[in-house]
Write a protein that binds this ligand. Sequence first.
Ligand SMILES: C[S@@+](CC[C@H](N)C(=O)[O-])C[C@H]1O[C@@H](n2cnc3c(N)ncnc32)[C@H](O)[C@@H]1O
Length: 157
Amino acid sequence: MDIGVGTGLLTYDLYEEGAKIVGIDFSEEMIEKAKDKMPDGAFFLHDINQGIPEDMCNMRFDFIVSSYAIHHIDDESKLNLINSAKEILREGGMIIIADIAFQTEDDLKKCKTTYMDDWDVGEYYIISEKLCNEINKRGLRCDYKQISNCAGVLVVY
Ligand SMILES: C[S@@+](CC[C@H](N)C(=O)[O-])C[C@H]1O[C@@H](n2cnc3c(N)ncnc32)[C@H](O)[C@@H]1O
């Protein structure tokens, strides 16, 4: 499953390898583009502020992925989304999230100061130590890797 699938940039290669793809997005235009690229995929028009669509509660996934989508929702909604995603993850599966992200609040502040003119104040970037702590409190395991000065990959399992 690809959360915030967009045009399918992240999952298209997996689709080509034979993976069954399910995508979620709240943009009809994006869903149409993803469907064009991955006609055998299943797509849900849905706002991830509401967690995972209820229609998906009986589905099970080996991997749930997301790239550059969850910075559009606040931390509480991120946690709600991750919790509801974990419920439909198969035993041994993983949730893998790549996004704009920082290890600490200080790292975010430094980046914000450097890129003040380009900073989008309407977005909610991951602070991994904070988010992982909350994820752990909910009984889930979480690893984080910083991959550049402003992006990282979060793995929940
Ligand atoms: C920057 S694009 C990334 C698309 C794709 N994952 C990629 O890496 O190319 C962000 C995507 O998240 C979707 N999105 C943003 N907020 C959303 C929300 N609240 N619910 C569902 N989808 C959302 C947008 O419509 C868009 O397709």
